[in-house]
Design a protein around this ligand. Sequence first.
Ligand SMILES: Nc1ncnc2c1ncn2[C@@H]1O[C@H](COP(=O)(O)OP(=O)(O)O)[C@@H](O)[C@H]1O
Ligand code: SF4
Ligand SMILES: [Mg+2]
Length: 382
Amino acid sequence: MAEVSKNDGPTDATPNVSEVETVDAETPEEAVAAIEAPAERGEPILQVRNLVKHFPLTQGVIVKRQIGAVKAVDGISFDLYQGETLGIVGESGCGKSTVAKLLMTLEQATAGEVFYKGQDITKLSGRALKAVRRNIQMVFQDPYTSLNPRMTVGDIIGEPFEIHPEVAPKGDRRRKVQELLDVVGLNPEYINRYPHQFSGGQRQRIGIARGLALNPEIIICDEPVSALDVSVQAQVINLMEKLQDEFNLSYLFIAHDLSIVRHISDRVGVMYLGKMAEIGSDEQIYDHPTHPYTQALLSAVPVPDPEAREGRERIILTGDVPSPANPPSGCRFRTRCWKAQDKCAEEIPLLAIPERFAGKDTPAAHESACHFAEEKDVVHAA
Ligand SMILES: Nc1ncnc2c1ncn2[C@@H]1O[C@H](COP(=O)(O)OP(=O)(O)O)[C@@H](O)[C@H]1O
Ligand code: SF4
Ligand SMILES: [Mg+2]
């Protein structure tokens, strides 16, 4: 995949969490006005704080009793800056899609806050919530199942206008949909075709066109290329980068594969069992990872160059991911970590710049939730 230029947004010094400047809107009009105000490039646009989602586990048919909870997301904090791409990576089941749904307000948070331009969207309702929903759109994982097979492409892309007619009045919709088809590299004459008449990559372009229809500021991409052939993945990612520049978008880009995310991300967060293990700039995470989990994920990325491969230590993760209904005490990664010590079972490691690197001018000085964070040479091709 071609190397891409990073935008001029966040740098290595960009903090993972910055101060929230809350907006106290007294009327719905004020709330909507704050949401519609343009965000400055490089400013935090979305600020997630201690976000929690527990799905109750119940027993009993007639009288349901709660016997526990799946701790899908268990206290996550990060900022998304205007104009940047933040990659979120982690194995299947670690809570990535749940984070996406919480940010889309498709799921209700158990606890925590999500500030969009200073207003907590978990507490918004009515017109203000509708304005937020217009501005945060999603592109889904599977272009085969996420498009309704009985609707034409024109109806699929134009459907969001039914809820937000102010963006495209009825008489103008056909033209607007054709413009969107053109923007994502599809022939505008395909407007009356059905999803099955397109390839996987083309379908994901349709999904992207639909995501763009309402001129959002943020697009949450939940494994948008995972179901596509490798050759097509690069094309779709290149398209997304072009659109980001053209429409000034901020992306939260979710993937289970570290190598896909690097090409598009300015910063990357690594999730494990509902928590953030490590977060930093792409250089910090790929070239100077300090969390054993990130190091293990990177060492699993295939290296095509035999010389570089030689002498390379591969870290093999043993054991399965524990159940999020019953996560290990202390550090959640300890049951698979080759460095685990007694302290790891007793104390939860906080996501912070490790003491030994704090204040030092080194790329290792980024946030890592490990008691024994240290650099390790990991040869990888990502
Ligand atoms: N609606 C739900 N009810 C109960 N458990 C759920 C629900 N949605 C997700 N989960 C569980 O939460 C955990 C995280 O899931 P998910 O966010 O889909 O992970 P990922 O996207 O990283 O694969 C998984 O254990 C999953 O089974
Ligand atoms: S805190 Fe302990 S168990 Fe967790 S990643 Fe660090 S060394 Fe491993
Ligand atoms: Mg998922």
